[in-house]
Design a protein around this ligand. Structure first.
Ligand SMILES: *Cc1c(COP(=O)(O)O)cnc(C)c1O
Length: 466
């Protein structure tokens, strides 16, 4: 399988190449040249597979010649063996129509583990094969950081530099990153928002001072392999609810548009999806873009769902590329305009293409609290603030009653104990697998929100590639 850039001018790469590359050299994101297809019969035959078997089947066409099927199966087996639930992503029921897909049974309690546990192992395999080192730079609004650090801590060929916006992640989130003391792990708290951190990381990919000495890799969802791994649980959930004979809808708490884009990929591969419901909090650029075509950034408002406190959603570019006729040159120009003015209008083709599959809804703080309280009072399910925003959107979507709607549970409620306690009156416990998090020593550096300071820190502390 070949991968091409959304901005049309970077060289095409194979799966191994995109996994190690992150952002394309032309500033775009890599996407498969075409979407692998599964027929209804092929999908029907997937019923009853284990998660690892299903993952291998769904991902193999994307991996192409970069791994054998046995190698991919073995990596999946090790990645998903670290999950605390046999089903990996178990499906639970709220009521007649609404379902909950629990994606938080990995080591760091958020859905990011599903992709990153695999990605860490893909990095290790490909780097060993090439005898190379990788310097990972990433920005986190909370959950990517801990999941990525868990996935690569102590690995020989990798350094990881993780930027988080100082004071804007929860205590549990911060400690899950900063208490990992492996020498290849570097936590950096910067002054500013997640978007500021993400912009710095994107700039590093084009900074020849860094790229000349280090192979810079990405763990954010600009990395294609992450999205690929997330496609699997859309199939897993839909199969349990009767796919391909029955259509299913998904409500997805959305920030960087990675998770919900994986749902779009599942649909493009042949999974019958009725709707993808993009749920945002008050940081609602995606809701505005999908409902009125206006993609313009505002300032970020901190909320109880920090992993969604994002204004610029990197993966939206992948959707605009695919529904806008896959015209890299035109999209490059559109994105240059956006980067300059922080605003753009979607084209008619982009609007119509997106509307065919996506609807969106926005939840404010009260609506989020009400959704958490409903899940607890009516269904005995404790959900986290991000998931609550998804559930709110699911229940507002007004889909026919015979369409099952699956809300993606993106984080464990124990990760956001204060917010959950405020909404339900009950303080969720932390699963035992996080251990003595609050007793452990923390290590991090604080840097100003200035690109040069951060780039200099990386240059000083990373190990040059051979
Ligand atoms: C990362 C994250 C999101 C947003 O996912 P995207 O793929 O960035 O849209 C939502 N909820 C939680 C808990 C997260 O960690």
């Amino acid at each position: 399988m070949d991968y091409i850039s959304t901005r049309g001018s970077a060289p095409a790469l194979d799966f191994e190449g995109v996994t190690l590359t992150g952002l394309a050299a032309d500033g775009g994101l890599y996407v498969p040249r075409d979407w692998p297809q599964f027929s209804a019969d092929e999908i029907a035959a997937m019923a009853g597979l284990s998660y690892v078997e299903l993952a291998t089947k769904i991902m193999m066409p994307f991996v192409g010649d970069s791994l054998t099927e046995e190698e991919l199966f073995d990596l999946c087996k090790r990645a998903y063996g670290r999950f605390a639930h046999e089903a990996v992503t178990p499906l639970k029921q709220f009521d007649q129509q609404h379902w909950l897909l629990e994606l938080f049974h990995g080591p760091t309690l958020a859905f990011k583990d599903v992709a990153l546990q695999l990605l860490g192992r893909l990095f290790e395999t490909f780097l060993a094969r090439r005898d190379q080192r990788l310097t990972i730079v990433g920005a986190t609004s909370g959950d990517t950081g801990s999941a990525a650090i868990d996935a690569v801590a102590g690995r020989e060929n990798i350094d990881i530099f993780m930027l988080h916006p100082k004071g804007r992640v929860s205590d549990v989130q911060r400690r899950q990153m900063t208490t990992v003391l492996a020498p290849n792990v570097h936590n950096i708290a910067i002054e500013g928002s997640f978007d500021d951190a993400q912009a710095m990381v994107k700039r590093m990919f084009g900074d020849t001072q860094l790229t000349g000495r280090f192979r810079i890799g990405a763990v954010n969802s600009i990395n294609w392999a992450r999205l690929m791994a997330q496609v699997v649980y859309y199939f897993a959930a839909a199969l349990q609810l009767g796919a391909p004979a029955r259509k299913v809808a998904f409500a997805v708490p959305t920030g960087n548009f990675g998770d919900v884009f994986a749902g779009y990929v599942a649909a493009r591969m042949g999974l019958p999806i009725e709707r993808l419901i993009v749920a945002t909090n008050v940081n609602d650029i995606l809701h505005r873009a999908l409902s009125s075509g206006d993609y313009s950034t505002g300032t970020v408002t901190p909320t109880a769902a920090p992993s969604m406190d994002i204004q610029v959603s990197s993966n939206f570019e992948r959707l605009l590329f695919d529904v806008g006729g896959r015209d890299g040159a035109a999209l490059a120009e559109q994105m240059r305009g956006f980067e300059k003015s922080k605003a753009m209008q979607l084209t008619n083709a982009q609007r119509e293409g997106a509307a065919a599959m996506f609807t969106s809804a926005r939840a404010d703080a009260n609506e989020m609290v009400r959704a958490m309280a409903w899940a607890w009072d009516k269904c005995a399910e404790m959900i986290d603030p991000h998931t609550a925003i998804g559930l709110h959107a699911a229940r507002e979507a007004g889909l026919d009653r015979d369409i099952p709607v699956v809300t993606l549970a993106t984080a464990h409620p124990g990760k956001f104990r204060d917010a959950v306690e405020r909404a339900t009156g009950v303080r969720p416990s932390l699963p035992t697998r996080v251990g003595d998090l609050f007793e452990r020593e923390e290590r991090l550096v604080e840097l100003p929100g200035e690109y040069d300071a951060v780039a200099a820190y990386v240059a000083e502390h990373a190990t040059p590639s051979a």
